[in-house]
Design a protein around this ligand. Structure first.
Ligand code: F6R
Ligand code: MG
Ligand code: MG
Length: 365
């Protein structure tokens, strides 16, 4: 049986008018690079898009996860786009390409990666999520709800294939350790750590009955790689749908609530995550608010059929209205917590430079 790998690889390699959108020229370059790779069968299919200032390469292939060929293709594509970004004078050209030379794998090099390999079912729907102006931990709440909350996912209660639950692989991004916990038995343990999304990030989810992969999320923390503030790590995720996995609507349901995430202006503020269509993935207000796009595909013979732009549904209009309301409310706090993030997270921003200047001015009381 043929096994298909879906790789979603993204990077911010330069923005048009600041940290805003990707210039169409970069998408053209990426499309022509991937078309060439498709004709030489490095990949089987691809779809290029952008969310805010992040260029997104959605690819299918038969090389498995962590393939040096596929990662190398993404790296070289980003490099070419970065060269064009420099020529066009785009803002922050090449900013997420943190290393000079590619050494076989994108891990620790800057771009965000979510990948999964599976044997295709006769009909295999997936959802690709892409967010801008937030961090990988932003997926903790919705992924938990999709795979562990019976008030979100009816199938956990009434579908025998989902009823035994899911396994969560959770990464401690500060100490680079992972732990596997099982829902429903370990539900409270899971929540005790993923409620700190800046540190504990759900990386993968497996179906318990057969350990089949169900979801994969990017876990890059740019500031931890670079040792300094380089923006938030605008994350991506892949989730499998239907027939033994949560239904499409169960996967989208958590996003009907515009929950607060870290990111927004200067990666330093809490704000509502707004679900939007590809067309509306253009953050402006206070460099935001943070937003997320969801694309639905069918995977067939390692080809991508689709996409459908899932949050373009009017059923999410009310969520967007609420997100705008919350954005107003949060903004009125100005530089005060909890709108501005707490001190631990500000350590990874430019605030320490400002605080250093103040050090000498304090006197003991
Ligand atoms: C957030 C983000 C932007 C920038 C902000 C300042 O992830 O990328 O909010 O942090 O626009 O950017 P610089 O310091 O490049 O002027
Ligand atoms: Mg940016
Ligand atoms: Mg971005």
């Amino acid at each position: 049986m043929v096994r298909t790998t879906v790789s979603v690889i993204k990077a911010d390699i330069g923005g048009l008018a600041g940290h805003h959108i990707v210039h169409p020229k970069l998408k053209e370059i990426a499309a022509s690079e991937l078309a060439e790779a498709k004709s030489s069968r490095i990949i089987e299919d691809f779809y290029i898009t952008s969310v805010g200032d992040d260029l997104q390469l959605i690819m299918t292939h038969r090389k498995g996860v962590d393939s040096s060929e596929v990662h190398g293709l993404a790296w070289n594509t980003f490099k070419k786009c970065a060269d064009a970004a420099k020529e066009l004078g785009l803002y922050g050209a090449g900013q997420d390409l943190l290393k000079d030379a590619f050494s076989g794998n994108l891990r620790g090099m800057g771009p965000g990666v979510a990948e999964m390999e599976f044997e295709e079912r006769p009909s295999d729907p997936i959802v690709v999520f892409m967010a801008d102006k937030t961090e990988p931990g932003a997926f903790n709440l919705p992924i938990f709800k999709i795979f562990a909350d019976p008030f979100n996912t009816a199938g956990l209660v009434i579908d025998p294939k989902l009823h035994s639950g899911f396994i969560f692989e959770i990464m401690d991004v500060i100490e680079s350790k992972v732990v596997e916990l099982s829902s429903p038995e370990d539900m409270y343990d899971i929540l005790s750590i993923i409620g700190t999304p800046s540190r504990y990030v759900i990386k993968r989810v497996f179906r318990k009955v057969d350990r089949e992969i169900a979801a994969s999320i990017s876990t890059t923390r740019l500031s931890l790689i670079a040792g300094k503030y380089v923006g938030k790590d605008d994350p991506v995720a892949i989730v499998r749908a239907q027939a033994g996995f949560p239904a499409l609507g169960e996967i989208l349901e958590p996003f009907s609530f515009p929950f607060l995430v870290a990111g927004w202006m200067r990666g330093s503020h809490a704000g509502p995550l707004m679900p939007v269509s590809e067309r509306d993935a253009r953050p402006t207000r206070f460099d935001g608010p943070p937003r997320i796009v969801a694309l639905g595909f069918q995977v067939k013979d390692s080809k991508l059929i689709g996409p459908s732009d899932l949050f373009s549904d009017v059923a999410f209009d009310e969520t967007r209205r609420m997100a705008n309301f919350i954005a107003d409310y949060m903004r009125r706090h100005g530089p005060f917590m909890p709108h501005r993030l707490g001190p631990e997270e500000m350590e990874y921003t430019t605030l320490p430079e400002v605080l250093k200047k103040l050090e000498g001015k304090f006197r003991h009381e």
